[in-house]
Design a protein around this ligand. Structure first.
Ligand SMILES: [Zn+2]
Length: 481
């Protein structure tokens, strides 16, 4: 469904903006020609937005009784969640080899159909992976049922509970090991049956299962690297809990540099999916049933879309106490309240009892070192806060910054030139940039609506009137205080 009906109140102002966002422009074009007369209802292309504009704007307001909401902030985040395996438990067919994730992997072999409906057949993908000779531990000698010998040298936290085996995609991953599996949504169309790598680190000690998903939009690259770095630095012997990374969920989109699936659908509008729906529904379903349901905590990593860039930030439903608590572990992240939209992985996962936030970092099509570092640091901070890892040096408590936010839209079409940079602190009325009309030479300033910080903005480009150009965050109360 690329197109849907959208009622427009004052069509002339809003329509060009819709057009600017719409990818296949053609359809709505003729309706735009009206010289100011009202068009009660207009067909426009569905807005291909992430959580960038509409979802934040249309978000249900944050409930202003933080004490009640996130009083749970004090509850120790780890243990209890940890041992509660999520509903869809799976039966392992074989033990996954312990491999050092830093090793170069052989190209993945086609994996068996991992559709959750069918029990996975004995899988070979990970088995083919070379068992690392350089792995510091000899985990491959730990047999199922045998208690893994946890190094008594840990002088960390309260007595860690030894972990159990973890079963994913038909593989048993022993405690204290890491491995690389392959997920294939089992959609037998050329290019779609290609297996997607899944990285798993099962810590030696019990703890929560944290999942990281990247590139649900295939052109959003920073998350892929954030997940790679985060996971490759984990030492299974020192980890409490598990980390499951899906660096590239939308592999076909990634290969084509496209945000979408090959059928032009936005995968992040189809969760939790369905086994007999559209292509997007099926892929979403397979991911959700096979992997997402195995998680306690989920961070879905995105970037700005449509030539917009985001300061590293979380989108989180602050009305959900568990989610609000989770955000407190992310260091130096802007946290923007957003209740999200139906079909998003974040919403579907929260509904399934998995505490989830979206992380946004930078812009699409780019690898941005700064943004990646911020993402990795923040996830490391989260894992520490969750009791999963222990950092050698801890400077202070994590410091997320909470924002209420507003999008400022261009009132005129033309070429946008920004005077401010991402992250800038701005005051009300300050000029953020100009839209220059290349035909008339007119210049229209865009001003900040409030005192705050530029937490997201459009890169310089041609814009239509109504284009959401600047996302201004104003510091909000810290939940629980
Ligand atoms: Zn995205």
């Amino acid at each position: 469904m690329l197109f849907r009906r959208l009622s427009v109140l004052t069509s002339t102002r809003i329509l060009p903006w819709a057009l600017a966002l719409a990818l296949p422009v053609s359809v709505a074009a003729e309706t735009a020609g009206s010289e100011g007369e009202k068009t009660p209802e207009t067909m426009v292309a569905a807005l291909a937005e992430d959580e960038s504009v509409e979802d934040v704007e249309q978000s249900e307001p944050r409930v202003k009784e933080p004490g009640a909401k996130s009083g749970s902030a004090k509850k120790p985040p780890t243990e209890d969640v940890a041992s509660t395996p999520k509903p869809a438990s799976q039966t392992p067919n074989k033990v996954a080899p312990n491999i050092d994730l830093k090793d170069v992997a052989p190209p993945p072999k086609p994996s068996p159909n991992t559709d959750s409906a069918s029990v996975t057949k004995p899988a070979q993908p990970a088995a083919e992976a070379k068992v690392s000779e350089t792995t510091p531990t000899e985990d491959s000698e730990v047999r199922p049922g045998e208690e893994p010998v946890t190094a008594g040298t840990e002088n960390l936290t309260p007595v860690p509970k030894p972990a159990e085996s973890f079963t994913l995609l038909g593989n048993e991953i022993l405690p204290g090991t890491s491995t690389r599996l392959a997920w294939s949504p089992g959609i037998q169309i050329a290019g779609l049956s290609q297996p997607t790598p899944i990285l798993v680190v099962n810590g030696a000690n019990a703890g929560p299962t944290l999942c990281l998903t990247g590139a649900i939009h295939g052109d959003e690259l920073n998350g892929i690297e954030i997940i790679r770095r985060t996971m490759y630095d984990l030492d299974p012997e020192k980890l409490s809990g598990r980390v499951v990374g899906v660096p590239i969920v939308n592999l076909p989109g990634f290969q084509q540099g496209s945000r979408y699936l090959p059928d032009r659908r936005d995968l992040n509008r189809h969760f939790p999916g369905s086994p007999d729906g559209s292509l997007a529904d099926r892929i979403a379903y397979s991911l959700f049933e096979n992997i997402i349901r195995r998680c306690n905590l989920l961070v879905d990593i995105h970037t700005g879309s449509l030539k917009r860039t985001n300061l590293p930030q979380l989108r989180a439903d602050m009305n959900n106490p568990d989610v609000a608590t989770l955000t407190q572990g992310f260091d130096r992240m802007a946290v923007v309240h957003s209740s999200g939209s139906s079909g998003m992985l974040r919403n579907a996962a929260v509904e399934a009892g998995i505490t989830t936030v979206t992380m946004e970092a930078g812009e699409s099509h780019r690898i941005q070192e700064h943004q990646i570092e911020a993402g990795v640091n923040s996830l490391t901070s989260l894992m520490e806060r969750q009791g999963m890892i222990s950092r050698m040096f801890v400077w202070s408590d994590p410091e997320p910054v909470y924002y209420d936010s507003d999008w400022i839209r261009a009132q005129h079409g033309g070429i946008l030139f920004s005077d401010v940079e991402l992250g800038a602190r701005v005051s009300e009325g300050e000029i953020l940039g100009y839209v220059a009309d290349p035909i008339t030479n007119a210049q229209y300033p865009i001003r900040s609506s409030s005192n705050g910080r530029v937490i997201g903005m459009a890169v310089d480009q041609v814009v239509m009137a109504g284009f959401a150009a600047y996302h201004i965050g104003t510091e909000a109360e810290i939940p629980g205080e």
